[in-house]
Write a protein that binds this ligand. Sequence first.
Ligand code: NAD
Length: 511
Amino acid sequence: MTTIQKILLDLNVKELNAGTSTGSINFGEGKTIDSYSPVDGKLIGRVTATTKDDYEKVLGSALKAFKSFRIIPAPQRGELVRQFGDKLRELKQPLGELVSYEMGKSLQEGLGEVQEMIDICNFAVGLSRQLHGLTMHSERPGHRMYEQYHPLGIVGIISAFNFPVAVWAWNTSLAWICGDVCIWKPSEKTPLCGIACQNIIASVLKENKMPEGISCLINGDLNVGELMTSDSRIPLISATGSTRMGKIVAQTVAGRLGKSLLELGGNNAIIVTPDADIKMTVIGAVFGACGTAGQRCTSTRRLIIHESIYDKVINAVVAAYKQLRIGNPLDENNHVGPVIDTDAVKMYLSALDKVVAEGGNILVEGGVLQGEGYESGCYVKPAIAEADNSFVIVQHETFAPILYLLKYTGGVENALDLQNGVAQGLSSAIMTNNLREAEHFLSVQGSDCGISNVNIGTSGAEIGGAFGGEKDTGGGRESGSDAWKIYMRRQTNTINYTTELPLSQGIKFDL
Ligand code: NAD
């Protein structure tokens, strides 16, 4: 039995050609998407893409499901999410393996991604009893005023390849407790992860005698994504991916006055001040730059180091890079797996050429690994280059393990000028034991990013906080805190329990 056959058996996935799935309908009229594993280069599945007709059927069943789902009390919808979380606990190992095998991240990170799904379910269950609105004092006697939140309808979810399952769960678990139904288009690079997740939620819905239209899956590339973004029957589009994609999606959705939640590219930096703990800095920087082979939106792209400790820090980081083991991500001994495909390898190589052409100095050589275990052609060496923040390539997010080293002089405000001097604004970090520097970094004059960490790297985030970034990162927030509000519409209700009809603002309208 092949790796993928075993994983799919453990996940109880029997129908791979379920290109579109909602209710009991499986469609198969569209073109096929071939999914190759970056781990070994093997074709692991062929999935049928959604056609326009399929899409209409999916939308119809989602609209129908919304009518019944919205009247189920929120805590009961929370119970559904609780059961979904339990199912994920049961299937954590095979789902984590599938994420690792189809996307290429290490097994630990694949399992970690499923754990994030479980964590957001826990969060959403509690939240299902806390969708609070405010009460206000009316200016008119005998009046009561309060606000309440209602579901929007269909939430369209478009996700990126690098978090092939968690991004869906961050969105759906909140959307469901809010009373919305969801249509998900996963990345065309990781369609089997989408089918496995659909299989899991479909079983929970079936056990609860609820229609599968509550959670629908469509497959395909940007053309299928555009069916949703241009569809005014979908009030909210939550899109995760590149800034290039986000700019197109934002305009299309705004053109029909829909709402969008955008989670786009980052260009994240760690500032290392003279008071930094070097050991912690090295762990944060190396995991941040090389974890998930540099393919996290929160990956560390730039290390901004004070000149007084520059040599010490780069020597320590370079020494750590020598310890990295690159290879099959399902083998727990390896730190770095492959990048997603050979196109990503080309972008990585081109970025290394560009940094040299712009005057950068390569400190740790890159390159593509060949030979036994590297047959997919997707294994690349994490590289380090000394560079300048003004380089075009440094300003750009290259989704690969390349770390740029930048030197700063003077105070932390100079480091912040470099950190904030890029178009993106997702994650940021400072390594310092100096309270003044740390507080300045977090202050209004400090980091302009959505996520700002002190003595933690840029990579990863906890479920409890609102996740997202500013500027070219898109401005969206999902996951914890009050991110749920984007999935609902706010209604202000005013009730007059008198026999008079006083107008607001003291206006008289005597008849
Ligand atoms: P991508 O932009 O190529 O694709 C993302 C998704 O958008 C895919 O499902 C794709 O089919 C769809 N898509 C592309 N163009 C579209 C269009 N015009 N209309 C509708 N849908 C469209 O991104 P990718 O290569 O899969 O992922 C990597 C990018 O995602 C990086 O830039 C990374 O930083 C970003 N990302 C951001 C976050 C975040 O939370 N900020 C999280 C994960 C990934």
